[in-house]
Design a protein around this ligand. Structure first.
Ligand code: NAD
Ligand code: DAU
Length: 350
């Protein structure tokens, strides 16, 4: 029986990874370590939380002693590290929490893995989940490859770039068995409504303005979250030691065209007249240091591990909208309280 630590499992992507591993591998013990920040929500896992191979531990990866004790207690065979501060706008207003969790928290986990595993690395793996934002911003053409130089622009992407470098440094210096993936923008159920798609769904539903930064010309490459979870499973089990794999949707949209498509879907789902929802589009002040375009070349993971996205965007966005409309209570719960305050502050002067 293997024991795997998944960090950040109560968050958006982490909850899909935990669910996949708990259901697919009854022979693994899955320990989900999460601090339950504003972005962590145990509601995301209520369908699997009584399974015998699942344990939830509330704790902070910034606390090195706690993390060491956890490794002593559970003797992990592997780590899939997703815990992070993940929202670019928050990193602009509060960089320090990104430095702490994304850099110091990652190093705490690396140190604990190294202490626990000594030099006995057989069957062990430290898998660090990262982002395409470390590569910076593309012009109108070209792609991010695994060999593209790092050029992060936001405190978020700079903190993720730092953690990637540190993970590689522990591999090169101490031979810690690692693997890293850099993925493009995810969308789907359980994403916190500070991110573009769930924010827009929430606002359209409630007839509130949809804030579009700048002219809406920035481009993102969108991937359905369950396809990312499938890729993570493949890389954890079959990825080569020390390697990096890019993961992307081959699905580029300008923000404005994505929102127009989403508005069309919402009009149909909410029984509104065509064109009704797009009247809510409001252009607001641009994000500082806003990267123009992200686009991933995922040939390596396709050729080496046989992964490709399974869902077309039209299908994925419809599934996503259906999920949020069916889970209006989830959206309302996470949109109230502290989040409301953040939202008011974030958009106050835009
Ligand atoms: P999220 O913000 O939805 O979830 C992050 C989770 O980490 C939350 O459950 C939170 O409680 C937990 N967490 C935060 N700080 C912690 C701490 N100090 N100790 C323990 N737990 C803590 O994030 P997400 O969108 O699911 O992203 C997960 C990972 O994937 C991140 O590392 C992110 O950089 C990466 N990533 C995200 C995307 C995307 O589009 N969302 C794309 C590529 C890579
Ligand atoms: O590329 C991967 C990254 O994708 C992840 O590493 C990050 O964790 C994740 O948050 C995401 O970052 P983005 O900044 O691309 O996602 P976000 O949903 O915040 O914004 C998507 C685009 O939409 C971006 O160009 C900014 C724009 N935007 C965003 C918000 C929240 C708006 O125009 N209006 C908004 O209100």
């Amino acid at each position: 029986m293997k024991t795997i630590l998944i960090t950040g499992g109560a968050g958006f992507i982490g909850s899909h990874v935990v669910r996949l591993f708990v259901n697919k591998y009854p022979e693994y013990n899955i320990v989900n370590l999460d601090a339950l920040t504003y972005a962590g929500n145990l509601e995301n896992l209520k369908d699997i939380d009584t399974k015998p191979n699942y344990t939830f531990v509330k704790g902070d990866i910034n606390d090195g002693i706690f993390v060491n004790n956890l490794f002593d207690k559970y003797q992990f065979d592997g780590v899939i590290h997703l815990a992070a501060e993940s929202h670019v706008d928050r990193s602009i207003s509060d960089p320090m929490s990104f430095i702490m969790t994304n850099i110091v928290g990652t190093v705490n986990l690396l140190n604990s893995a190294r202490n626990a595993w000594k030099e006995n690395f057989e069957g062990r793996r430290f898998y660090h989940i990262s982002t395409d934002e470390v590569y910076g911003s593309l012009g109108k053409t070209g792609f991010f490859y695994e060999t593209t130089s790092y050029d992060p622009h936001s405190p978020y992407s700079a903190s993720k770039a730092s953690s990637d470098h540190l993970v590689r440094a522990y591999h090169d210096t101490y031979k810690l068995p690692i693997v890293i993936t850099n993925c493009s923008n995810n969308y789907g159920p359980n994403q916190f409504p500070e991110k573009l798609i769930p924010l827009a769904i929430h606002n359209i539903t409630n007839n509130k303005p949809i804030p579009i930064y700048g002219k809406g010309e920035n481009i993102r490459d969108w991937l359905y979250v369950e396809d990312h979870a499938i890729a993570i499973d493949l890389v954890y089990h079959k990825g080569k030691d020390g390697e990096t794999y890019n993961i992307g949707g081959h699905n580029e949209w300008t923000n404005i065209s994505l929102i127009l498509q989403l508005c069309k879907t919402m009009d149909i789902k909410l029984g509104r007249a065509p064109g009704e929802s797009e009247k809510l589009i409001t252009f607001v002040t641009d994000r500082a240091g806003h990267d123009l375009r992200y686009a991933i070349d995922s040939t390596k993971i396709q050729n080496e591990l046989g992964w490709a996205p399974s869902l077309q965007f039209e299908e994925g966005i419809e599934k996503t909208v259906d999920w949020y409309l069916k889970h209006a209570d989830w959206l309302e719960n996470v949109s109230s309280g502290a989040y409301e305050k953040y939202y008011e502050k974030q958009y106050a002067n835009r």
